[in-house]
Design a protein around this ligand. Structure first.
Ligand code: 13P
Length: 259
């Protein structure tokens, strides 16, 4: 466990990489490289939706599996979309909401994120809401306003039970896929700010129990320092999660920090 009684979560976001043929080999290499299956750490894989059943089978209850996105309706004439209950039926337990790539490339808005958070919860799945500022916003000194705006517009008005099922991921856009990681102290500061905001939006006890993950160029050589910060409760890993060995090293570093 990290600070207080929060779980440490190490999550792989595979984005639009890998096919069904890659899953078995990846998982064999990953679990071979991870002694004791990362004891003390909650592992989550977010593969493309079509890979979910294969990943669920391959992890064999040693990790949770989630969707990378969903629609907010439970069914309907929405060609190309996936409903939360479809992800649940495929074996997913979580769904990422509001990843910056969806906000930037697909025009996803805070209002849509709010609807998705509710839809995910209604389908019995746990949302992991992503927030983060662009480089331009950071350089203008607006990072806090941007992140807290994204947060409050997406999670306002949930019930206590619903808040207890929510996780957050702070992913500064300028750190995603760029090799530029937030300095651990800067990331810590933003995580503490986010936690304070959750205390105001929900309650102090909900805030102190809420997992807040960091994402953005997390690699084997920087994971321990980031995860050692008191308000960083895990990592949402993109590029480095595509390599089973690198992801196992990150999970092992998290297990060590959590021990
Ligand atoms: P990278 O780890 O490739 O920077 O991606 C982070 C991310 O977007 C995880 O959701």
């Amino acid at each position: 466990m990290s600070a207080s009684s929060r779980p440490t979560i190490v999550a792989a976001n595979w984005k639009m990489y890998k096919t069904i043929a890659d899953v078995g080999t990846y998982m064999s290499s990953f679990y071979d490289a991870l002694p004791d299956a990362g004891t003390g750490v909650r592992l989550v894989f977010f593969p493309a939706a079509v890979l979910i059943p294969a990943v669920v089978e391959a992890v064999a209850k040693r990790a949770q599996v989630g969707g990378q996105n969903c629609h907010w309706e439970s069914e309907g004439a929405y060609t190309g979309e996936v409903a939360p209950r479809m992800l649940a039926a495929a074996g997913a337990e979580l769904v990422l909401v509001g990843h910056s790539e969806r906000r930037q490339l697909c025009g996803e808005t805070d209002a849509q994120c709010a609807k998705k958070v509710v839809a995910v919860l209604s389908a019995g799945l746990d949302p992991m809401l992503c927030v983060g500022e662009t480089l331009e916003e950071r350089e203008a000194g607006r990072q806090q306003a941007v992140v807290l705006g994204q947060l409050s517009r997406a999670i306002d008005g949930l019930s206590r039970d619903e808040y207890s099922r929510l996780a957050l991921a702070y992913e500064p856009v300028w750190a995603i896929g760029t090799g530029r990681t937030a300095a651990p102290a800067d990331a810590q500061q933003m995580h503490a700010t986010i936690r304070d905001a959750v205390a105001s939006i929900a309650s102090p006890s909900i805030a102190s129990a809420m997992p807040i993950l960091y994402g953005g160029s997390v690699k084997p050589d920087n994971a321990a320092e980031l995860l050692g910060q008191p308000d960083i409760d895990g990592a949402l890993v993109g590029g480095a999660s595509l390599d089973a060995h690198d992801f196992a090293v990150i999970a092992a570093a998290a297990a060590e920090v959590a021990a």
